[in-house]
Structure formats: structure tokens, C-alpha cells
Ligand binder design. Structure first.
Ligand SMILES: Nc1ncnc2c1ncn2[C@@H]1O[C@H](COP(=O)(O)OP(=O)(O)O)[C@@H](O)[C@H]1O
Ligand SMILES: [Mg+2]
Length: 264
């Protein structure tokens, strides 16, 4: 019956703690279409990373499950590449070699050495990082490290790109550049993307749908906002677009009126 590309059905998870079981997520249901760009937004600690980790196969749901192209997800796999807030590049390898490691892992039996080299170079190019291919992570900026992290994920040719606050640690200008690059890449490749953010502007600018999560415990999907702004989107033009401001207000209203900010 299922026609969705990625489907979460009745997903719940409880963690054992000193005070007994803590129910972090309860009955999370979500269907995502191929090529869709979806963002997850919600207060800190509500369970966004937990949802992403379940889709990544890093956590096992206690109830329900995840189906990707009619197959159940129960372990990590290269068809679901993850980009974390902190790049997680290997410090002793160059940018090129960091991507190469992932490419070898995925394509060792299907691409020749030359094809692998071309593929790595293609992905470096996609994130505008060809010039820094021989640099180590310590020799490049935070934004550049995130570009390499994205290139490494894309080089695995994932069905789904999972991003956990990928630009959260970057300054506003760098963040804007990376958002633009991500929009270009998404337009070119048509990846399915799930991105966690707590930046309302970022969510509206990038997403086809914004999944707003309720606070935990037993967090779940609160509301879903369909963002019908035509693509390609231009941040400057959107600044004067009343629909943009309405979407933005709807997310803010959910976060600050319908859900209360949990005590810090
Ligand atoms: N491995 C774990 N063990 C125990 N509790 C966890 C674990 N992972 C997450 N949690 C709890 O689940 C809730 C959701 O966490 P998380 O998904 O990281 O939130 P978010 O990413 O939205 O900030 C939090 O209360 C957190 O403490
Ligand atoms: Mg998180």
C-alpha cells in the first residue's frame, strides 16, 4: 500500500535512565516523498536528533519503524548519509582523502580507480572546494569543513541526506553561503533531505515542508507547514515577499505560543 519514499510509522522510543524509562518520542508518523526537502524544527531537547538517529539506523525505535523504498531500516547504511553539526572529518587526512574514504567504502566493487578519482573531484567541485583538496581539516574554516562533510555525504550517493543542524555552528554570512549551495545542490541532484534546524528563516528558505515537533517527553509531530514558495528561491526577494513572512510567523507562533519553551 505504501507509496512514500520514506515512511515513519508509529515511531516511539524510550531510553533507560536512573529514574526509569524516559519516553522521548511517541507515535511519530511521517511520509516523505522522493526529492522532498523537509526540515524538523522544535525546542531544544524535544527529540529532533533522536528522530534523525532512528532514520539513520543509529538508534532502534522501541515501537513502530522506518521504511525506505519498501525496506525496513534497522542499521546504518550509505543510502542514508548523515551530516552532523560538527563536521567529524578525520584530522590526519586531507579533504580529498576524507571523501575518498567514504567513496572507497561504497564504490570499491563498482567504480574503477579513475572513476573514483573523478567522482571525488566532482563532489569537491559541487561544494566549491576543489581548490582546498590537499588541505587538512585544521587548515580550513568551519564553513569549509561543513562543505567537505556535505561533499563526503553526497559522494556516497545517498537516497536520503540527513543533516543535524549542519550550519548551527557557523556565522550568519557563512551560513547564508552554505544555504545557497545546499539549495543549488538540491535543485541539481533532487536528493531527499531531512534537515534539523532551529533557525526559522533557514527552515522557510530551504524547505518544501516544515515538521514542527511538540515538546517532550513523548514528543511527536505537532504541525506540518507546507512551504509553497516557488523555486529557485532568492533570499533577497523573499525578504519582500509577504508569503515568506506568513510562513515565518506560522512557525514562530507554533514555537512560542502553542509550545512553550522548556525551562533551561
Ligand atoms: N541515548 C540517550 N539516552 C537517554 N536519553 C536520551 C538519549 N538520547 C536522547 N535522549 C533524550 O531524549 C530527548 C530528546 O533528545 P534529542 O533528540 O537530542 O533532542 P533535540 O535534538 O531535539 O535537541 C532529550 O530529553 C534527551 O535527553
Ligand atoms: Mg539535537
Amino acid at each position: 500500500m505504501s507509496t512514500a519514499h520514506l515512511e515513519l510509522t508509529g515511531v516511539g522510543i524510550s531510553f533507560p535512565t536512573d529514574k526509569g524509562l524516559f519516553c522521548a518520542l511517541k507515535d511519530v508518523n511521517l511520509k516523505i516523498a522522493k526529492g522532498e526537502f523537509v526540515s524538523l524544527i522544535g525546542h531544544s531537547g524535544c527529540g529532533k536528533s533522536t528522530v534523525l538517529n532512528i532514520v539513520a539506523g543509529l538508534y532502534q525505535a522501541t515501537t513502530g519503524g522506518v521504511i525506505l523504498d519498501n525496506r525496513e531500516v534497522n542499521a546504518p547504511g550509505p543510502e542514508r548519509a548523515v551530516v552532523f553539526q560538527n563536521h567529524s572529518l578525520l584530522p590526519w587526512l586531507s579533504c580529498y582523502q576524507n571523501i575518498e574514504l567514504a567513496v572507497r567504502q561504497v564504490f570499491k566493487n563498482s567504480k574503477s580507480k579513475t572513476e573514483m578519482r573523478e567522482w571525488i573531484e566532482h563532489n569537491l567541485d559541487l561544494v566549491h572546494m576543489s581548490h582546498a583538496r590537499h588541505k587538512r581539516p585544521s587548515e580550513i574554516s568551519g564553513g569549509m569543513k561543513q562543505r567537505i562533510g556535505i561533499a563526503r555525504a553526497l559522494a556516497m550517493q545517498p537516497k536520503v541526506l540527513l543533516m543535524d543542524e549542519p550550519f548551527g555552528a557557523l556565522d550568519a554570512l557563512t551560513r547564508a553561503h552554505l544555504q545557497d549551495s545546499l539549495m543549488e545542490i538540491h535543485a541539481d541532484l533532487g536528493n531527499t533531505v531531512i534537515m534539523i534546524t532551529h533557525d526559522v528563516d533557514e527552515a522557510v528558505l530551504l524547505s518544501d515542508r516544515i515538521i514542527m515537533m511538540s515538546n517532550g517527553p513523548s514528543a511527536t509531530v505537532g504541525e506540518i507547514l507546507q512551504v509553497e514558495l516557488p523555486r529557485p528561491r532568492e533570499r533577497m526577494a523573499l525578504a519582500h515577499d509577504s508569503r515568506y513572512h506568513e510562513y515565518r510567523a506560522a512557525v514562530l507562533e507554533f514555537l512560542y505560543q502553542k509550545q512553550h519553551r522548556p525551562a533551561a
